[in-house]
Design a protein around this ligand. Structure first.
Ligand SMILES: C[S@@+](CC[C@H](N)C(=O)[O-])C[C@H]1O[C@@H](n2cnc3c(N)ncnc32)[C@H](O)[C@@H]1O
Length: 230
């Protein structure tokens, strides 16, 4: 039996993502460092020289903030346009070289492997102390998330902790008092191998990017700490 996503279909959205970057359709990009990262990262208690992996990193300013804490940072991103934009907008002059199926961009203590997350192996990443996931797991279609987590566990050390930030929307029919569906999904994805700590929830109203929808949508921005079970 194959795990969903291990049937060679993990790349089916890759062209859509590349097109998003070509069209500059990148509403997911935050123009400032994520405030929950700044607030909750110190709680992980990492040493400044611990190396951090940022999967599906886009051109996130969070890479810069993590590097500013002293961490060597390595991201993976599909779109060369995103990687180029990251270094240009950060005014960092990167070097570039081929590394297997990836192009490794490097500037200061930030490295970005440009290519498909599902093609990574542990040797591509090197030693990793923690993972920072903002809109990576949740960027993938639901049926690929099991494969995402399996791949993450294959390429990072067994004791690697994760700070996971999600933005969760109510599904049709859910009410204020019900947990949002994605919270159940996180529990079913991670609970077998990780202790899950929901350490914070911000309840905020967001404007829908679709101009036809004028009513603000209540979303929950959640902070999870995921610690591998010993
Ligand atoms: C929702 S965005 C989040 C980006 C970033 N984490 C942030 O907070 O801005 C998802 C990113 O993942 C990239 N991506 C999607 N599938 C990927 C894959 N299989 N391998 C590497 N990057 C991928 C997309 O190009 C996009 O930049």
């Amino acid at each position: 039996m194959t795990t969903p996503g291990e049937d060679g279909n993990t790349g089916r959205d890759n062209e859509l993502w590349q097109q998003c970057w070509r069209d500059r359709d990148t509403a997911f990009h935050q123009t400032s460092v994520n405030h929950q990262l700044i607030r909750f990262w110190p709680g992980l208690g990492l040493a400044p020289d611990d190396r951090i992996f940022v999967p599906l990193c886009g051109k996130s300013l969070d890479l810069l903030w993590l590097a500013g804490q002293g961490h060597p940072v390595i991201g993976v991103e599909l779109s060369p346009l995103a990687v180029r934009a990251f270094f240009k907008e950060s005014r960092i002059q990167p070097s570039r070289r081929k590394q297997g199926r990836f192009t490794l961009w490097q500037g200061g203590n930030i490295e970005i492997l440009c290519g498909d997350f599902f093609d990574l192996c542990a040797a591509d990443l090197g030693p990793i102390a923690a993972v920072f996931d903002r809109a990576a797991l949740t960027a993938l279609p639901e049926d690929l998330r099991v494969a995402y987590l399996a791949q993450l566990r294959r390429i990072t050390p067994a004791n690697c902790r994760t700070l996971l930030l999600t933005t969760e929307e109510p599904e049709a029919g859910e009410t204020r008092d019900q947990p949002f569906a994605i919270a159940d999904e996180i529990s079913s994805l991670y609970a077998q191998a990780f202790d899950i700590e929901l350490s914070h929830v911000d309840s905020v109203y967001e404007t829908d990017p679709d101009p036809a929808i004028s009513a603000p949508l209540r979303v929950e921005q959640k902070v999870y700490w995921l610690t591998p079970k010993t």
